[in-house]
Design a binder for this molecule. Structure first.
Ligand code: SAH
Length: 251
């Protein structure tokens, strides 16, 4: 159990209340999840976080503090973003149980991140666009936003339930098949691909940065949705490089 959970990380973005960081650490440790990454927390380390963590101070001491979400999810092949409300460009959306089934199927193969947003305004659209899936905890529509640590509790609880079921031989069924002939691309490889794609689309005058509309967001959604593997990723990078080279020759 421990080994699988070693590939799971909980990422809290720009948390304002240190008490919530402590509460999240406690929720994680209760469910056997240990890797906490904090993106630009407003107050950390903090006595308030320590107090709320109860006996989970070790999670706080081992927490990694980074400056950006990209850094926090580096090396992950599955990134799940949590959201209390729907957004303008819908992304593949799972409930916590489906998320846990999917994550469990992938944890033995690669790193998986669960991303949580700010107390006052959640995750930005750009941050949500770094994720493969979004997960919504099906709360009361008129009062949908959970406390941050409570949201971490729900997701890690479902993960633990999925793990316990699998240990009893009732393997939860992932929404997306995980048997594949090549390793999946990691988040940082995908980011390089999107940078390269944007650069090339500007060069061939398909994308106007003055008037980008939603082009990159839509392409992102297309490519994160297919769960690209490393071979496919290299082919795409090769096509872009060849396009740029040919364009240069023609000019
Ligand atoms: N007012 C914010 C909600 C922030 S709640 C908003 O409108 O987005 C803080 C964080 O807790 C969220 O970013 C998300 O990570 C998590 N969270 C709270 N309620 C949730 C829900 N119903 N489903 C999924 N995540 C939720």
């Amino acid at each position: 159990m421990q080994n699988l959970m070693a590939n799971a990380r909980i990422v809290l973005v720009n948390t304002s209340h240190p008490g919530n960081i402590g509460g999240a650490a406690r929720a994680m440790k209760n469910m056997g999840v240990h890797n906490l990454v904090l993106v630009d927390p407003q107050e950390f380390p903090s006595g308030k976080a320590d107090a709320r963590s109860a006996g989970a101070k070790d999670i706080l001491e081992n927490a990694r503090v980074v400056g950006s979400l990209e850094e926090a999810i580096e090396g992950c092949s599955l990134v799940v973003g949590t959201s209390a409300r729907s957004r303008n460009i819908p992304w593949p959306l799972l409930d916590p149980r489906e998320t846990a089934a999917q994550a469990l199927a992938e944890l033995s193969k690669h790193q998986v991140a669960f991303v949580f947003g700010r107390e006052d305004r959640g995750l930005t659209n750009d941050e949500l666009h770094l994720c493969n899936f979004h997960v919504h905890i099906p709360s009361n529509e008129d009062f949908s936003s959970l406390n941050l640590a409570a949201a971490v509790q729900v997701i890690t609880y479902e993960l633990r339930m999925a793990l316990l079921a699998s240990e009893k031989g009732h393997e939860p069924v992932p929404v997306w098949g995980t048997e594949w002939d090549a390793e999946l691309a990691t988040n940082d490889q995908m980011e390089k691909l999107f940078d390269h794609m944007q650069e090339t689309l500007v060069e061939i005058e398909f994308l106007d940065l003055e008037n980008p509309r939603q082009l990159m967001a839509r392409l992102r959604r297309l490519y994160v949705r297919v769960r690209m593997d490393r071979v496919e990723h290299n082919i795409m990078r090769g096509i872009l490089t060849a396009t740029q080279r040919t364009l240069k020759k023609l000019r």
